[in-house]
Design a protein around this ligand. Structure first.
Ligand code: PEP
Ligand code: MG
Length: 537
């Protein structure tokens, strides 16, 4: 019987099948009071894991050479990664939980993040992250590493194999490996190639094949269980062939956002949901300056529940591991129509019933979202901001509602963090009132997309007006400058999260104006960083 999969290493193996079940680290979330000693427990386990990895590196150097041993260097680097460690410690301290839970959660988050990246090499690192977090959890739990091979040379079958497992394979005992999971870019596959062991991935082999006779066809990517005499003959003839492939290592970039004259600004990213966080981190943003929460509503058939929203915000906060995450409250209406809100058709939707206007009307919907945001704030560094503000009065009303939400959470004993509050400055009214508004909030984020359309009285959705939408119009730039100056005067820090923030021809100008933060689409982060570093201000 044939089972199709994908070849990770060509070649042929003929022999007995052996299924390997690894020890899964069962991790429970436990409350701890003494977070200092829990952090210390983590540090100790990390040190042990690092010395294990060093041992594996030395072993691999001897057995499979430097190119393949390098993965254990990479594992050591990943385990010492600042963000990874910050996330673990942050989870222990902010959630008062055990180190195992913090390590497993961080491992899950980071590996998901890598898996979601576009770059195939980075996707393959997802397994490495899982591998190192499992290693640390094993150390914390005092679990012995599982023995991999049987007592005779066999074809090893497993759900998935981590690189640290493949390198421990005693080649004299292992003819090949075949896994359910894995990818052809994983180091497992790379190691297998150099070790000259045929390997298949993505094979849905049956559990009852353990101990049966089989053939691995690494050319066609199939596993044959209980082959015929002719098949055995054919594959014995094919057994001499093989191929090699190499993957280049790609470095993650990371430099400061500092001008030639030493001015530093924050460079954050704009996201629409959890799935975008991977590219935020891949592009090395310092935080999330705009989380367009309305996408949670747009993707749903009905009002997203408090729990659904909480989970999304919490996940993002945890993935960002202590870096700032600014969640913008619901900004629907105008171009973002959500059926179940049953909004009336409007003559001038951009000037209509939208964003904070709906929230201040539908206080139930607003409170559900605020509860979710505040609850999630104890899992990271969350800030909240409100869209389409035109008056101090609106901000005062919002603050009353926020106070009610906090009082309810207090009453219910639900924890929340210290949440900075800010507003989008995206209407001319907000610009003109910016000095007064700044006294009411912690920060401003200038929404240049809407600010441009309202300042120039030109609908941003109208293709016929395309040539009129001059984002460099002096009125727009003057509005931005005024907002920054007044914001600072009133004690608020000021960022730009509209598309103009990513316009590198204006970066120097914005810094001159005194902007504190730029929040741009993740793929523009490094371009803007370059412009900041080239700026002579
Ligand atoms: C803006 O208006 O500049 C902004 C950032 O918000 P949105 O594009 O979602 O309206
Ligand atoms: Mg806007």
């Amino acid at each position: 019987m044939d089972y199709k999969g994908k070849s990770a290493k060509t070649g042929v193996a003929i022999g007995k099948l052996h299924i390997y079940h690894k020890n899964e680290n069962m991790v429970k979330r436990e409350h701890v009071e003494d977070t200092d000693s829990e952090v210390k427990r983590y540090e100790d386990a990390k040190a042990t894991a690092l010395s294990q990895l060093k041992g594996l590196y030395d072993k691999a150097m001897k057995e499979v050479g430097e190119a393949n041993a390098a993965i254990f260097d990479v594992h050591q680097m990943l385990l010492e990664d600042l963000d990874f460690n910050e996330s673990i410690k942050n989870i222990i301290v902010s959630q008062k939980v055990n180190a195992e839970y913090a390590v497993a959660t961080t491992g899950d988050n980071f590996s998901q993040m890598f898996a979601a990246m576009d770059d195939e090499y980075m996707q393959a690192r997802s397994a490495d992250i899982k591998d190192i977090s499992n290693r640390v959890v094993s150390v914390l739990q005092g679990v012995e590493e599982a023995k991999m091979t049987g007592d005779e040379p066999s074809i090893l079958l497993a759900d998935d194999l981590a690189p640290s497992e493949t390198v421990q394979l005693d080649k004299s005992q292992v003819l090949s490996f075949v896994t359910h999971g894995g990818s052809t870019n994983s180091h497992t596959a790379i190691l297998a190639r150099t070790m000259n062991i045929p390997a298949l991935i993505g094979v849905d082999f049956p559990e009852d094949c353990d101990g049966k006779f089989g053939i691995v066809d690494g050319y066609e990517g199939k596993l044959i269980i209980e082959p015929t005499e002719e098949e055995i003959k054919k594959y014995e003839e094919l057994k001499k062939k093989d191929e090699e492939k190499e993957r280049l290592l790609q470095e993650l970039r990371g430099k400061e956002n500092v001008t030639k004259k030493g001015t530093k600004i924050n460079l954050y990213a704009n996201i629409g949901g959890v799935k975008d966080v991977a590219s935020v981190l891949q592009n090395d943003a310092g935080g999330i300056g705009l989380f367009r929460s309305e996408f949670l509503y747009l993707e749903s058939d009905t009002y997203p529940t408090e729990e659904e929203q909480f989970n999304a915000y919490k996940t993002v906060a945890e993935m960002m591991a202590g870096k700032k995450v600014i969640i913008r409250t619901l900004d629907i209406g105008a171009d973002k129509q959500v059926d179940y809100f049953n909004l009336a058709k409007e003559e001038n939707p951009a000037l209509g019933y939208r964003a904070i206007r709906i929230c201040l009307d539908r206080v139930d919907v607003f409170k559900t979202q605020l509860r979710a945001i505040f609850r999630a704030s104890s899992f990271g560094k969350i800030s909240v901001m409100y869209p389409m503000i035109i008056s101090v009065d609106e901000v005062k009303k919002i603050k009353e509602i926020v106070a009610e939400v906090k009082a309810e959470l207090d009453e219910q004993g639900v924890p929340y963090g210290d949440v900075e509050q800010g507003i989008m400055v995206e209407t001319p009214a907000a610009v003109l009132m910016s000095e007064e508004l700044a006294k009411e909030v912690d920060f401003f984020s200038i929404g240049t997309n809407d600010l441009t359309q309202y300042t120039l009285a030109a609908d941003r959705q109208n293709a016929a007006l395309e040539s009129m939408i001059d984002t460099h119009h002096p009125a727009v730039l003057r509005a931005i400058e005024m907002t920054i100056k007044n914001g600072h005067k009133g004690g608020a820090w000021v960022g730009i999260c509209g598309e103009l923030g990513a316009d590198t021809s204006l970066t120097e100008k914005f810094i001159e104006m005194g902007v504190d933060e730029l929040s741009v689409t993740p793929s523009r982060i490094l371009h803007v960083r370059e412009a900041i570093r080239n700026a002579n201000v």
